[in-house]
Design a protein around this ligand. Structure first.
Ligand SMILES: [Zn+2]
Ligand SMILES: [Zn+2]
Length: 765
């Protein structure tokens, strides 16, 4: 038997540091990269992970956990400036992450393009954005043969998720940044239902214990109130997105309860964040129940009553700084430059003012340096000024603390735990604390804390060597030959033998176990067929010996329509057949619940029911099922954006009448009262509602560019020829002139912010 494969884990960044997260997983010839961030304390090339240490053309997938720059901002450089494009690698992140990532990167590129060491151009960024495949939490995504993954909610910021990655059966959970406490707007991180072999987990706070949410909020609002009472200004350096939304929810609520504060303005100095509010409003359904129930009562929590925007004019910092007491949330959170730095320098020498650091401050940044409360501070222009402003640190950064992290690590129950995203000291303390916890209980769990570029080679219990005996051992075996037989386990030793040798060698006999499973059917027979074909390719359909309609899946599993609303699954039990049965069962029971379910109708005006024949007499079944798959993928894309999608196939038994649309296959999208029709032949969109038409076109365009197989003709058997190129791009224009062609076709919020984009472009010139 071949030597046992090992998993190699290499940190190109975030190994014993916080910043430039980049983790490379290699197993059995597959390579997955989790996160591609920059280090905020450095600039230019120095801020990148150690990307030269990897041949990027070998990467199968890059998975981005969330939109923070220390996890996502190096993506453009990697996709556009390395040989990543020469390979087959794909890039994945959740829908909200992709939507916010676009704005974050526009801002990042604008800030860095002024400096001489800019890493990439706005065009590179646009190209990179176009290649991102958006995914949803709990979706199982197959990357390539042997590699799949599922995202789970991670709390932390909107859209943040963990990835449960499966490489040839080896399971790795990569948490990214996560929080286990529900806050004002986000759900807490989930514990994935499957036990992984390896856990790669953040360790930002080490063995530190954070105060509870209510205490922390009270301490924060009391402090803000007392600074106002002493006639001071309050500066809250924050990132435009993520935790700022949490602070705004807290402050808005506190102001509502304190009328004496209504004359004191709270400024939110971020045009970027204003653009992204539409994204927050779009993804309210992914937030926690308190936000959703307020929204349901038409009380949109993100429409703040007491928060004002700063004026769009130059020099507003000075105007506000010289005015009456106020509270300002300004970016960047680390105060390297920009509005937060400018306000800090203006308010620094006055003891009435107060600075509150609300996030985790990365080593080497001004926000971290100021926490030592130095007597003086050196401005960007090089002047030394006295530091009289009060400095406090109340963290809302949404990382787990020691008790939450250790509890989670223990609950996950992996054999190997790899600590990342923590400074050396914090990580070291967490490592020894966890190691001694496991030692006390005599559990064999390895805790690793690798430095950058220090590759871990992990092997796993459960890899076994078996001895072949009997008939199997008679024939000489060449290398790479695969032997199959029965595996007999006795006292931890394994023997592989031919079934007919079983009695002689082990004193056992063979038997066949037939398994059956009955399920209630809530959908039509033809819809079941549709889904089975989408998953397994063509299925054999016919009648069994008792005349029951039967579909055979993968040649081993029979799906039978045993009663009007009942299906029975039948298969011969074996580990591989049981697996097919499991996945078929999951597929069938998910049909009516799945958001990606397509409502099939054989006639535009009537729904099909179980037992009804659904066929295209002239279609080649193989071509038909591959176009089915493509239609299904397109429908999934559309459903992710618009909710339910309906498929209308022409009825082959009926001559097309006056209504031409009846004679071609269509997908129908509904939004409120409006409807849009997508022709599956020409890939064109028709709708009486112009706005809906444009949005559907944008999503269609995104679907066609991101799922390569969609670019092929949808209906290969259809008489109409598909023109070259994605037809949705009928508006000819240059990238600069047309927002829709900037490469990111994500329609969320695009329209809502289009006006503001234009305004911003003007004010920034
Ligand atoms: Zn983060
Ligand atoms: Zn982070």
């Amino acid at each position: 038997m071949a030597d046992t494969p090992t998993l190699s884990v290499t940190m190109l960044g975030a190994g014993q540091e916080v910043g430039r997260s980049c983790c490379v997983l290699q197993y059995r010839g597959r390579t997955i990269v989790c996160d591609t961030g920059v280090h905020p304390a450095y600039s230019g090339m120095a801020s990148l992970p150690f990307i030269d240490e990897l041949d990027w053309s070998t990467v199968d997938a890059i998975l981005i956990t969330h939109f923070h720059l220390d996890h996502a901002a190096a993506l453009t450089y990697i996709t556009e400036k390395t040989n990543f494009r020469d390979g087959k690698g794909k890039v994945y992140m959740t829908h909200p992450t992709k939507a916010v990532h676009k704005f974050m990167m526009q801002d990042y590129v604008r800030m860095s393009s002024s400096s001489s060491d800019a890493l990439f151009s706005p065009l590179d960024m646009t190209m990179s954005l176009a290649s991102i495949i958006p995914v949803s939490a709990h979706q199982l995504i197959t990357v390539c043969p042997g590699v799949s993954f599922t995202p789970y909610h991670a709390g932390h910021v909107l859209g943040a998720c963990m990835f449960l990655i499966d490489i040839y059966g080896l399971k790795i959970l990569y948490t990214g940044d996560y929080s286990r406490e529900e806050d004002r707007h986000l759900v807490k991180a989930e514990l994935p239902p499957i036990r992984p072999d390896v856990l790669i987990v953040e360790s930002t706070f080490g063995v530190h214990t954070l105060e509870g949410r209510e205490e922390k909020e009270a301490r924060f609002t009391n402090l803000v109130h007392s600074i106002i009472r002493r006639n001071g200004h309050v500066l809250l350096p924050t990132f435009a997105l993520g935790r700022a939304q949490e602070l705004l929810l807290i402050l808005d609520d506190y102001w509502r309860k304190h009328p004496d504060l209504h004359s004191v303005p709270i400024y939110y100095a971020s045009s970027l964040a204003r653009k992204c509010m539409a994204v927050y409003q779009t993804y309210i359904h992914t937030m926690n129940s308190s936000i959703r129930s307020r929204f349901a009562k038409r009380d949109n929590p993100f429409v703040f009553k007491h928060i004002s925007n700063v004026p769009h004019t130059r020099g507003w910092e000075k105007k506000i700084a010289e005015g009456p007491p106020c509270v300002v949330l300004a970016s960047p959170g680390f105060m390297q430059s920009g509005p937060s730095r400018e306000l800090f320098e203006l308010w620094c020498p006055d003891s009435r003012n107060g600075l509150i650091i609300t996030g985790y401050s990365i080593e080497g940044t001004p926000a971290r340096d100021i926490m030592t409360e130095p007597e003086d501070f050196v401005t960007l222009k090089g002047a030394t000024i006295p530091r009289k402003i009060s400095v406090d640190d109340i963290s809302f950064s949404a990382h787990v603390d020691y008790s939450q992290n250790s509890e989670f690590i223990e609950a996950v129950k992996a054999q190997h735990v790899i600590l990342v995203h923590g400074e050396q000291a914090a990580m070291g303390r967490l490592r020894s604390a966890m190691t001694s916890r496991y030692k006390e209980r005599d559990e064999d769990v390895k805790i690793h804390a690798p430095r950058n570029l220090e590759t871990l080679h992990l092997s796993f219990r459960g890899e076994r060597v078996a001895k072949a005996i009997g008939t199997l051992a008679d024939k000489p075996v060449k290398t790479n030959d695969i032997l199959s037989g029965l595996l007999v386990a006795k006292d931890y030793s394994y023997t592989l033998l031919h079934p007919r040798d079983l009695k002689d060698f082990a004193g056992l006999t063979t038997a066949t176990v037939t398994q059956t499973q009955r399920i209630v059917l809530g959908v039509g027979w033809s819809l079941v067929k549709w889904h089975l074909e989408g998953m397994y390719g063509s299925v054999e359909e016919g009648l069994d010996n008792d005349g029951v309609p039967t579909m055979r899946v993968m040649g081993v599993l029979d799906v039978k329509l045993t009663a009007e609303h009942e299906l029975t699954l039948e298969w011969e039990s074996s580990s591989s057949n049981d697996m097919i049965a499991d996945s078929t069962l999951a597929l069938i029971t998910g049909i009516d619940k799945s958001p990606a379910s397509v409502k099939l109708t054989t006639h535009p005006h009537s729904h099909s029911h179980s037992g009804e024949e659904h066929s295209h007499p002239h279609a080649d079944p193989e071509i038909e099922s591959s176009s089915n798959l493509r239609i299904q993928r397109l429908a999934m894309f559309l459903e992710a954006h618009f909710g339910e999608v309906e498929l209308h196939m022409p009825d082959p038994s009926e001559e097309p009448e006056q209504g031409e649309s009846d004679s071609e296959p269509l997908l129908l999208v509904h939004l409120d009262e409006a409807e849009a029709q997508i022709s599956l032949i020409s890939l064109t969109v028709h709708s009486s509602n112009e706005a809906l038409k444009r949005r559907v076109e944008a999503v269609l365009d995104m679907a066609v560019t991101t799922v390569s197989s969609l670019a092929e003709s949808f209906m290969s058997t259809a008489p109409v020829v598909v023109e070259d190129g994605p037809p949705a791009k009928d508006k000819s224009s240059t990238p600069a002139a047309d927002e829709n062609h900037d490469g990111n076709k994500s329609p969320e919020a695009e329209e809502a912010v289009a006006d503001e984009d234009a305004q911003m472009a003007k004010s920034e010139e």
